[in-house]
Design a protein around this ligand. Structure first.
Ligand SMILES: [Zn+2]
Length: 86
C-alpha cells in the first residue's frame, strides 16, 4: 500500500508491503520512514481497541471511512501492472 502520513502534518508518502493474510486476519502496523510515526493498518485481533472503536473497525479502510477520508484500492502484479477496484 501507499499512504500519506497524517502525523503532525508530516505529509510523507511511502509504500509498504505486507501479506494479504495479515491484512485480512491479523495485525498490520506500518511506520512512516520520515517521522517514525506508526500507523495501524489492520487489527483483527483486538489489540488496539481504543483506536478501532472497541474492535469494530478492522482495517484502515474502516478507520478512514469513519474519519470521512478516502481509500483507493488497487493491486500491483508481478509485471508491475496496476489494477483498481471500486
Ligand atoms: Zn510521517
Amino acid at each position: 500500500m501507499t499512504f500519506t502520513c497524517t502525523h503532525n502534518d508530516c505529509g510523507h508518502r511511502s509504500t509498504h508491503e505486507f501479506a494479504k493474510k495479515s491484512y485480512e486476519k491479523g495485525v498490520v502496523i506500518v511506520q512512516c520512514p520520515e517521522c517514525k510515526a506508526r500507523h495501524l493498518i489492520a487489527d483483527h485481533l483486538g489489540w488496539f481497541k481504543e483506536v478501532t472503536d472497541g474492535g469494530k473497525l478492522k482495517t484502515v479502510e474502516d478507520l478512514v471511512r469513519e474519519k470521512g477520508e478516502k481509500v483507493t484500492k488497487g493491486r500491483v502484479n508481478m509485471d508491475g501492472d496496476i489494477e483498481y477496484a471500486p
